[in-house]
Design a protein around this ligand. Structure first.
Ligand code: URA
Length: 234
């Protein structure tokens, strides 16, 4: 971040006043008086203004990304595979994904630089409902829907109550929405496998009452103030 913006975000002065402070020799970086007004502050730089250490508060950023299949939900990958960070390169803040979606799952992913917000949203005690649209193999009978709703054993863990609603029944596949309250690894895939209808395609379409809507794959938008407040309080 440019030094004048850094000083402004630390609440010391406006950007213009910050430039004056730099010109007047009131700003030190790592102990040395700063001579360069366009200096780009690095993560571990120690910045002082008039002899006092300052730290910029990065503005909180909340975005909703439509993750495509074929992207990892991580900040980096040592095998250099695509990650969701590749899709938000023009966001200036140091955002990270909240929770995860499988490599082969698409849909709604929230990203932020607000650690408290991310912690709240992913903590099991908040039981944030998440809705997925799945295309599963075969016909999903009413009896199977009821089993999924009551809870199924996905290998040493019985899922809690879920909501299941068939969107479209086709001869060989079924399109179905499922809302769950936990976030076990590959949970939705395991649930459908447990009733004999393996997932062919999976997308997260909502977190709580916040919906993916018509956002195109690979694109993102900022969460609205109302959505942020809602997610912070539910
Ligand atoms: N359940 C899954 O099986 N995969 C996901 O990515 C999310 C939920």
């Amino acid at each position: 971040m440019r030094i004048n913006k850094y000083i402004a975000q630390a609440g010391i002065a406006s950007r213009r006043k910050a430039d004056e402070l730099i010109i007047n020799g009131n700003v030190r970086v790592n102990g040395a008086v700063l001579k360069e007004p366009g200096y780009d502050v690095k993560d571990d730089d120690v910045v002082e203004v008039n002899g006092r250490c300052i730290r910029a508060e990065e503005k909180k950023v909340y975005i909703l990304l439509h993750k495509p299949v074929g992207y990892l939900t991580t900040v980096s990958d040592d095998k250099e595979r695509n990650t969701v960070m590749d899709l938000v390169g023009d966001v200036e803040a140091r955002i990270f994904p909240v929770g995860r979606l499988d490599y082969n799952t698409s849909g709604m992913l929230i990203m932020t630089n607000d650690g408290d917000f991310a912690y709240r949203l992913t903590h099991p005690k908040h039981e944030m409902p998440k809705t997925y649209r799945a295309r599963v193999a075969g016909v999903l009978s009413r009896e199977k829907c009821a089993r999924l709703e009551q809870g199924v054993d996905i290998g040493g863990f019985v899922t809690s109550k879920a909501k299941v609603s068939v969107v479209k029944g086709l001869p060989r596949t079924t399109i179905v929405d499922i809302t769950i309250h936990e976030g076990k690894n590959r949970q939705v895939r395991k649930m459908f496998k447990a009733v004999g209808n393996p997932v062919q395609d999976l997308s997260r379409i909502a977190i709580g009452a916040v919906h993916l809507g018509r956002l195109s794959e690979g694109h993102y938008r900022k969460l609205t103030r109302e959505e942020i407040e809602y997610l912070k309080n539910c």
